[in-house]
Design a protein around this ligand. Structure first.
Ligand code: PGA
Length: 245
């Protein structure tokens, strides 16, 4: 039985004043059975870890460098995230893949760095609209999974997020059968490749809202969601947490 996850990706949003949203979320989600993860900007991680306390809410990073330390101006390493109490990190988000030209090979080195620092990795994969229109979705997903996941992935150190690029921040979502097709496909790939592949959680991401979350989370092999916009507001995100159980 895979425990569902509601994970929020705040992206480049949030000042210290936004920590009030976490406080409210803690109150609104008391008793939730799903795992709750918030990945705020790096500047807020330490304080949010403190505020989350023993609420069970996990705080994570949105990216990390592949090296432990060194002359990489502006970068943050996995041990630095772990040092301030992060437990997980999003890697290979489509905004990193497109805006920062990150390849799957490069992302794999970051996942290895995360694991070395005892962080779990939320590894994102997803096709563009043009790739879907040309019928390449499953091949793209397979290539991204093969390239981005290092050997040694387990249910404890890896979570996959399927995020169709064209559904992120657009309000558009695939049909439920399109989501099921990709999630079932990812499950088969994971089971074929990793001993605990049946237990690795697969999140759906892209325009998840309180109003569509329950239906999305009920789809075959959807083990929760990675949520951008709707995670910024405690009431909206609490609605998504409730949908996840
Ligand atoms: P969205 O973003 O929920 O705002 O579509 C999802 C994501 O990028 O993880």
């Amino acid at each position: 039985m895979r425990r569902k996850i509601a994970a929020g990706n705040w992206k480049m949003n949030g000042l210290k004043a936004s920590i009030v949203e976490l406080k409210e979320l803690i109150t609104l989600t008391k008793g939730a059975t799903c795992e709750i993860v918030i990945c705020p900007p790096a500047t807020l991680i330490e304080e949010m870890v403190h505020v989350a306390g023993d609420s069970g809410i996990v705080i994570g990073g949105q990216d990390c460098h592949w090296s432990e330390s060194g002359a990489y101006t502006g970068e943050i390493s996995a041990p630095m995230l772990a040092d301030v109490g992060a437990k997980t990190v999003i890697l290979g988000h489509s905004e990193r893949r497109s805006l920062h030209h990150e390849t799957s090979d490069y992302i794999r080195t970051k996942v290895e760095a995360a694991w070395r620092a005892d962080l779990s990795a939320i590894i994102c994969v997803g096709e563009t609209e043009a790739q879907r229109d040309s019928g390449d979705t499953l091949q793209i997903i397979k290539d991204q999974l093969d390239g981005s996941i290092p050997d040694g992935a387990t249910a404890a150190n890896t979570i996959i997020a399927y995020e169709p690029v064209w559904a992120i921040g657009t309000g558009k979502i695939p049909t439920y059968s399109q989501i099921a097709e990709v999630h079932d496909f990812i499950r088969v790939q994971l089971v074929q490749t990793y001993a605990t592949g049946e237990d690795i959680r697969i999140l759906y991401g892209g325009s998840v809202k309180p109003s569509n979350a329950a239906e999305i989370f009920a789809i075959s092999n959807v083990d929760g969601g990675l949520v951008g916009g709707a995670s910024l507001n405690a009431t909206d995100f609490a609605g998504i947490v409730t949908a996840a159980g």
